[in-house]
Write a protein that binds this ligand. Sequence first.
Ligand code: UD1
Ligand code: MG
Length: 486
Amino acid sequence: MTTEPATEETTASPSPRLAAVVLAAGMGKRMRSKLPKVLHRIAGVPLVEHVVRAVAPLAPARTVLVVGHGGEQVQAVMGSGYEYVTQAQQLGTGHAVLQARATVAGQADTVLVLYGDSPLLRSTTLADLVRLHHSRPGVRATILTCIAEDPTGYGRIIRDAGGQVFDIVEERVATPEQRALKETNSGIYCFDSAWLWPRLAELLVHPGAGEYYLTDMIAVAIREQPGSVQTFQVSGMEEVAGINNRVQLAEADLVIRNRIRTRWMLEGVTMIDPATTYIDVDVTLGQDTILYPGCYLQGQTRVGADCRLGPQARLVDAVVGDGCVVGTSLLEDCVVEDGVDIGSFNHLRPGAYLSTGVHLGNFAEVKNSRLGRNVSQGHFSYIGDAEVGDNTNIGAGTITANFNNGVKNRTQIGPNVFIGSDSVLIAPVEVGAGAQTGAGAVVNKDVPPGALVVGVPARVIRWLNGGPPERGGPAAPPREGSDPPA
Ligand code: UD1
Ligand code: MG
């Protein structure tokens, strides 16, 4: 039996088209910062990005960011996934929304307005707001409001004797009675698109403020049509707090980080001290991983299952496999395979790649280098721009001298090599499979496979594992200048 494809008539009528307009043009004077306010980060992500991420699951037909102060910076950080309009002069929130008219008018039935400084919103709350807005025909605006224990700094929702909302009054101009009201404006609204755009164009400057307040649109709607504004009320500021200064920034950071901690603990991650465990929004963690106090996991870090991190491990854009141990170390932009053991005070810099079974003891630095399986780098050493073969041991104090006259040179170390303590490997240089360097060797020429080199500069003194190739040993004869003694 075949199924008929759905026709236009049989599909449910589409839900009204939604456009999201996010205001991000303000300077954020109260932040006292060179950085535009909406680019300040909480849990690793800019404020405005939290907002657009909350909106994304609603799948708006258009998502428009209104930028102005530091607009180029905002666009550079947020990237090309959004539409941008510019508010050249910051003349208020009403004026800011108006800048999106040409982009949005006619493209959507409902305009969801959000402020880029309100990063705590959950998608589910936004979806409920939009649903409520669509549930009553004829509504011109639905405001997300909040009963705040401390409403300081927010616009207050003003209701008439019958409980109908008829205005929003900013704290600055509120009477003492209005200030005592606990219901605040979150700055998140749904507007009927057909009504909004012509009325917004007629909005007057707010008396005494010199700005066009979006909040004044509520009184406009009520004057025109009583009952045309409704509210969607949430309790507590947990989702609707706006960030105007650094105190509020820190408070919001705490809220987001607590959500992240809760999420991962419920997913099976142990945190010995959640309060000192900092996990950015995009970090992922595997089951039964244990985070000791003071861990800071940043950026796009991914940690597998059954790992033990910290105390005080900092991972930035690091990918760590399953069953790894990381002590008090810094891992940046690097990859660590499964079963790697990293002690304390190690630094993995960008481009470090540690294969399964690698052991780093302490004070090891690895940059732009690949360590093969079971490589052991126990103490005080630097491996940069190098390739190290499987099962090789890097002795204490080993340095790849990779930098010469502004050029970075590579070091190639084969498998099963034993680099003796305090060896300096002057790149470009190659140490063959199964070779050894003696303590304090300064290696400025390639070491043939199977050779033992010592001294300054290092020269071959013996052949390991059966001698040089012509006597059945493992590899090519040594080059001129590094012959073994007769
Ligand atoms: C605003 C509301 C207030 C509400 C609070 C919620 C107004 C007049 N007041 O006050 O009722 O309780 O948010 O957090 O709307 N912006 C622009 N262009 C401008 C001005 C502002 O894009 O010309 C942007 C800002 O970047 C910011 C947002 O709009 O993201 C809100 O502006 P802000 O100055 O923070 O308003 P609040 O004083 O917090
Ligand atoms: Mg604000």
